[in-house]
Ligand binder design. Structure first.
Ligand SMILES: Nc1nc2c(ncn2[C@@H]2O[C@H](COP(=O)(O)OP(=O)(O)OP(=O)(O)O)[C@@H](O)[C@H]2O)c(=O)[nH]1
Ligand SMILES: [Mg+2]
Length: 366
């Protein structure tokens, strides 16, 4: 029996060497991981060695002629080893299979496009699977592209801005991490509802962590011509809301909190808990890393569907995939997209068709 050893940086690479050299009938006899180089076993490079042969076919347990037990090994130990080898072989073959899937499935132009847009690989795969179900001919056709656009639209279709209540004030609080644009967005909304829709608006800020934050909102209030209240407690917030019962819209600014700071997140939740008819809009920057965005949503809006999402700074991000990831993975409703620092211009209602088209054309709002 001719036994050969194959070494590589990963087990998969070593197995590819085995398959290339011995073909698919290679029998794996042994695998091991070892370190090369380094000092006293430290800092060495991890390597994998696969020992394989072509000639000694190991019959599978329970089938074929009765085989002889390997010398020195009791019967049950030999079959345990055999089972282990068979499992290893199956695992390696499965790994090799995914490595050599037809290009169409793993590397289509549409998938590349989604990945370039920072859509997470898993989300991209799921979207393309849906496309393939409707257009079985493959993903690199105009039909598939059209179908993907529709699928993206569907994924982004939960959109709704602020709907005024009529007869009583609509209370809207913006919350989210620091510096994402909460106060600027409140100014944009206040200006649009006051100057364009001619509604009565009041602003309340609960961001008393920084003097500058209060001054920032007061300045916007003066320019737009709307009253601004500063509150420190839940009771003061409830009183301020009651004082503006004659308004159409009351926008509440909150202090930015780190999602990792439990105390801040808890304080914010307490401040806003049980307020009548309060609509919460979670503000997330389009530049946020996908994993961080999911973390922010989990921390600030743990109850699914109980919040709307404002995506800010889309002008600062090259890609819009972050919005797809969030909408695919949550039940949130998109309300607004902000696209610059200019008040009141740089805000618009979230529009699923526009977002889907921008993603497919690899364009952004800038
Ligand atoms: N490019 C860009 N900048 C924005 C946008 N929205 C806000 N900004 C800028 O982001 C910075 C922070 O905005 P703020 O509104 O103060 O953010 P915030 O979330 O209230 O910040 P904290 O109150 O400190 O948590 C400012 O320089 C804004 O002009 C946007 O859509 N695009
Ligand atoms: Mg602020």
């Amino acid at each position: 029996m001719k036994i050969k050893h194959y070494t590589a940086g990963t087990l998969q690479e070593a197995m590819v060497k085995v398959k290339n050299d011995l073909g698919r009938d290679a029998v794996i006899l042994h695998t091991r991981r070892f370190k090369q180089g380094g000092i006293f076993g430290f800092f060495g490079k991890d390597l994998f060695e696969v020992t394989a042969t072509l000639e000694a076919k190991v019959p599978s347990a329970g089938t074929g002629p009765k085989r002889e037990t390997a010398p020195g090994l009791p019967n049950n130990r030999a079959s345990a080893l055999e089972a282990e080898m068979s499992q290893l072989r199956q695992a390696v073959e499965a790994a090799l299979l995914t490595q050599h899937l037809p290009k169409e499935r793993t590397n289509s132009k549409l998938k590349d496009l989604l990945l370039r847009n920072d859509v997470e690989p898993l989300v991209a795969d799921k979207l393309l699977q849906d496309v393939l179900r409707q257009v079985p001919g493959g993903t690199d056709t105009p039909e598939a592209r059209h179908c993907l656009e529709q699928r993206l639209c569907q994924c982004l279709s939960r959109t709704e801005g602020i709907k005024l209540a009529g007869g009583k004030p609509k209370n809207v609080a913006l919350l989210g991490p620091t510096g994402v644009g909460k106060t600027t967005t409140i100014a944009k909304l206040a200006a649009n509802f006051t100057l364009i829709e001619e509604k009565r608006v009041a602003l309340i800020t609960a961001d008393t962590y920084r003097i500058a934050a209060v001054e920032q909102l007061k300045t916007y209030g003066e320019i737009i011509g709307v009253p601004v209240e500063v509150v420190f407690t839940r009771e003061e917030l409830a009183d301020a809301l009651a004082r503006h019962a004659d308004k159409d819209l009351i926008l509440i600014d909150t202090a930015g909190s780190s999602p990792r700071n439990d105390k801040q997140v808890q304080e914010l939740a307490c401040l806003l808990a049980d307020l009548p008819d309060l609509e919460k809009h979670l503000v997330i920057s389009a530049t946020t890393k996908p994993r961080d965005a999911m973390d922010i949503i989990a921390r600030f809006a743990p109850r699914e569907g109980a919040y709307k999402l404002i995506i800010t700074k889309v002008d600062e991000s090259d890609t819009l995939g972050a919005i797809v990831n969030i909408m695919y993975n949550t039940q949130g409703v998109l309300s607004y997209v902000t696209k610059g620092q200019s008040v009141p211009d740089d805000i618009e209602l979230a529009d699923a068709q526009k977002l889907a088209a921008l993603i497919l054309r690899e364009q952004n709002y800038a």
